[in-house]
Design a protein around this ligand. Structure first.
Ligand code: HEM
Length: 183
């Protein structure tokens, strides 16, 4: 059964990587490729969420919860899976509600910031999964430099919380600015 999770996780990881790339191309480049990226983004995002749900459900069905929660490595893996799901769900709702207008003017920067954070989150989910399965990656060295030792750390460093608060305020300010401009 473990093979099922190993197989299913490729769907969210690949669709999230593709969606992130499409957002960056759609927001930052001119031309046909950018137009296509903006037009095709929503289906890719929807597929990524379906893939993520399948991966998450398989994780909970295959391994007993007690085993999952016993190690900081597995807890962080699950936590990052939910953070990734949360951020790409937000992006999906934004793109679904506003269509290609999500890329207009300053709005595009909200998508870019969310996509970059999402990219970091799903890469972390995957790298922690790799550690669980015994397939380690160099990306965890980067996490280590940031104060996150993958086998033992289970907390949010203070600076992460500070960055999250600053980002939240910045995104809120951008939203208000956009609304005032529209109204
Ligand atoms: C979006 C959701 C998820 C993604 C993208 C994901 C990704 C991954 C990846 C890439 C691996 C390594 C597989 C390999 O090297 O072949 C992995 C392993 C693992 N994942 Fe997940 N995962 C997700 C959700 C979950 C959840 C919700 C749980 C538990 C409730 C879980 C538990 C595990 C465990 C225990 C392993 C180690 C497997 C082993 O030892 O063979 N994952 N995951």
């Amino acid at each position: 059964m473990t093979g099922m999770h190993h197989m299913l996780v490729h769907f969210p990881e690949a669709f999230w990587a593709l969606a992130t790339l499409m957002i960056l191309i759609g927001a930052l480049l001119p031309g046909r490729l950018a137009e296509l990226s903006r037009a095709a983004l929503l289906p890719v995002l929807v597929l990524s969420l379906l893939g993520a749900l399948a991966a998450i459900v398989s994780g909970f069905l295959i391994w007993p919860l007690e085993a999952n929660l016993a190690s900081p490595l597995a807890r962080n893996h699950i936590l990052m899976a939910f953070w990734s799901l949360g951020i790409y769900s937000t992006i999906t709702v934004l793109v679904w509600r506003t269509g290609e207008a999500a890329f207009d003017g300053t709005r595009r920067w909200v998508l870019v910031v969310l996509a970059l954070i999402g990219g970091l989150f799903f890469a972390t989910t995957g790298t922690l999964g790799g550690h669980l399965a015994g397939a380690t990656t160099a990306f965890s060295e980067v996490l280590g430099l940031l104060g996150w030792e993958v086998y033992t750390t289970f907390y949010s460093p203070l600076w992460v919380i500070a960055v999250m608060v600053i980002l939240g305020l910045a995104l809120g300010a951008l939203g208000l600015k956009g609304r005032r401009k529209a109204g």
